[in-house]
Design a binder for this molecule. Structure first.
Ligand code: FE2
Length: 131
């Protein structure tokens, strides 16, 4: 193994519940605020239980021609039904969906990465063009 990238998985989100689905406009006006969301389990629900859950989702933006990414945000999901009473007996659960607003000045590619405590790292991407 050469790098962590070698174990980051990706697949078709319609058949694989771990792939983060990025929802964002295909095109926007440069400088306008756009809604960007990432959901794990959009088509096939992820369990999100004490034993098996999504720990975090991060969103990055890579401008066309850039050699680095810019982190737009990172969200940790902390409630998975854990409790002193036992697993899945707690009063709160979180679903693996996050939504932000971003103002982009150049076109590029949005990337979402996520981590399942059992199934590891996953990623997806979505291009956004600007007018
Ligand atoms: Fe999982």
């Amino acid at each position: 193994m050469k790098s962590l990238h070698d174990v980051v998985k990706s697949a078709d989100w319609k058949s694989e519940k771990h792939v983060p689905v990025i929802d964002a406009p295909e095109s926007a006006k440069a400088g306008d605020w756009v809604e960007v969301s990432a959901t794990v389990g959009k088509e096939i629900a992820h369990p999100n239980t004490t034993e098996h859950h999504i720990c975090w989702i991060a969103l990055h933006f890579v401008p066309d021609g850039a050699s680095i990414s810019y982190e737009l945000g990172r969200f940790e999901f902390s409630a998975h039904g854990q409790s002193a009473k036992g697993a899945n007996e707690g009063p709160a659960f979180t679903d693996s969906r996050v939504s932000i607003r971003a103002r982009l000045l150049v076109p590029g590619t949005l990337f979402a990465t996520t981590y399942c405590n059992i199934h590891g790292l996953w990623e997806s991407s979505r291009r956004i063009t600007l007018a």
